[in-house]
Write a protein that binds this ligand. Structure first.
Ligand SMILES: [Zn+2]
Length: 392
């Protein structure tokens, strides 16, 4: 098998190890080796690449080089995450990405109920094993069509474009609607799954719904776990019926109380994406090895928080961030790296830190100097993720 380049992973359950700094693969691989998840070692959205000033080539190269040096010989994937435009496909495909996550969120809420949709759905009954019978009335069809109809047309367009760009190279596709305001209902998911087929989106291996409850960045699940489990069961039943395809869990970092449920309910039909959690482990290396640098990062982030928090789904407030103490040494590690306000402060500001011309090189240098600690912390933390996912 050619291990130098990433390959599609198909319907095998999988885990995305996002690496924003390009130095995390050794720690990620150490964790991945202990479990039977197909690993995605290169995973970055266009937005994240902009926020870290990395190119698609940089992202693939970092993973490829590390895996070669570590003698890794099994399959691994590369996820070009949250692609919104056709040019994003070209740029990431040219670098070697082969898993394309289509993000049609620009078009959410902009659809309409058309005679074509009425003909396709009204009066039809859908028997979903494990869930029961679903059908659309005019109201629910109109709701789904307005919310997702135009988005799914865009997925059709992007899917055709991906197939054309990839030509004879194998590829796979995910569709993500995780960033909507309201949760994706069972009926809406059915509409999405059926429309992807009707628009002939090729090689769909996963769909990322917006789940019930809150998937805030870098912290545990917030919400009613019973409701979450019930709706996840419905999503899996629909994924089996319309695909089969996997259920993709975005913002998967640190959703520890939900993980056993996710692992148990999804079984093999599961993909989980993480990224922020590994960045925070990199900062933990700094907290343990350089008090002045970590303090410099904290104060810089505090100044950026009001601005940077806007594009993220988090509950930490400016007042909470102001009341965090100064970082005076490793005894305060937990305040910034284990408790919610500190984690979210450091999480949402990663783009500002990683485009700062003095901070970024200092962080990279610290990680290179303490490579074994970095690997150990990542291994420990991602092992916790993967073991909870297999515990259910
Ligand atoms: Zn997402």
């Amino acid at each position: 098998m050619n291990t130098a380049s990433p390959t599609p992973l198909g319907l095998k359950k999988s885990f995305g190890f996002g690496d924003r700094l390009g130095l995390a693969t050794p720690g990620h691989l150490a964790a991945a080796r202990k479990f039977d998840f197909a690993p995605i070692f290169a995973q970055q959205s266009i937005r994240e690449m902009e926020r870290t000033q990395r190119t698609p080539q940089d992202v693939i190269q970092a993973a490829t080089t590390a895996l070669r040096n570590l003698g890794y010989t099994n399959a691994w994937g590369a996820d070009a995450d949250h692609l919104k435009l056709p040019e994003h496909v070209e740029r990431t495909a040219a670098a070697g990405f082969c898993f394309f996550t289509i993000d049609p969120s620009e078009y959410v809420g902009k659809g309409a109920l058309t005679p074509e949709l009425e003909a396709a759905y009204l009066g039809r009954k859908f028997e979903i094993p494990g869930l029961g019978m679903l059908q659309f009335d005019r109201g629910t069809l109109q709701g789904a069509a307005v919310k997702y109809g135009r988005s799914l047309e865009h997925c059709g367009f992007m899917g055709t474009h991906i197939a054309k760009v990839m030509g004879k190279r194998p590829f796979e596709i995910e569709v993500s609607v995780d960033e909507t305001e309201d949760p994706t209902s069972a009926l809406e998911h059915l509409f999405i799954g059926l429309e992807l087929r009707r628009h002939k989106v090729p090689n769909v291996v996963s769909i990322a719904p917006r789940f019930v409850g809150d998937f805030e960045k870098g912290i545990d699940y917030k919400g009613d776990l019973k409701k979450f489990e019930a709706s996840l069961r419905d999503h899996v039943a629909i994924a089996k019926h319309c695909g089969p395809y996997k259920i993709s869990v975005h913002s998967g970092s640190d959703k520890f109380t939900a993980y056993p449920i996710i692992g148990r309910v999804c079984g093999e039909l599961l993909h989980v994406k993480t990224a922020g959690t590994s960045y925070l482990e990199a900062l933990r290396v700094v907290a343990r090895t350089s008090t002045p640098l970590f303090n410099e990062i904290v104060e810089f982030c505090r100044g950026r928080f009001a601005t940077d928090r806007h594009s993220y789904h988090i509950s930490t407030t400016e007042a909470q961030v102001r009341s965090l103490p100064k970082f005076s040494g490793p005894k305060e590690e937990a305040v910034f790296l284990d408790e919610v306000p500190g984690r979210q402060l450091l999480h949402v500001t990663f783009g500002s830190v990683l485009t700062n011309p003095t901070l970024k090189p200092k962080i990279l240098e610290a990680l290179q100097r303490h490579a074994s600690l970095h690997e150990e912390l990542l291994d420990r933390h991602l092992t916790k993720h993967l073991s909870l996912l297999t515990k259910g």
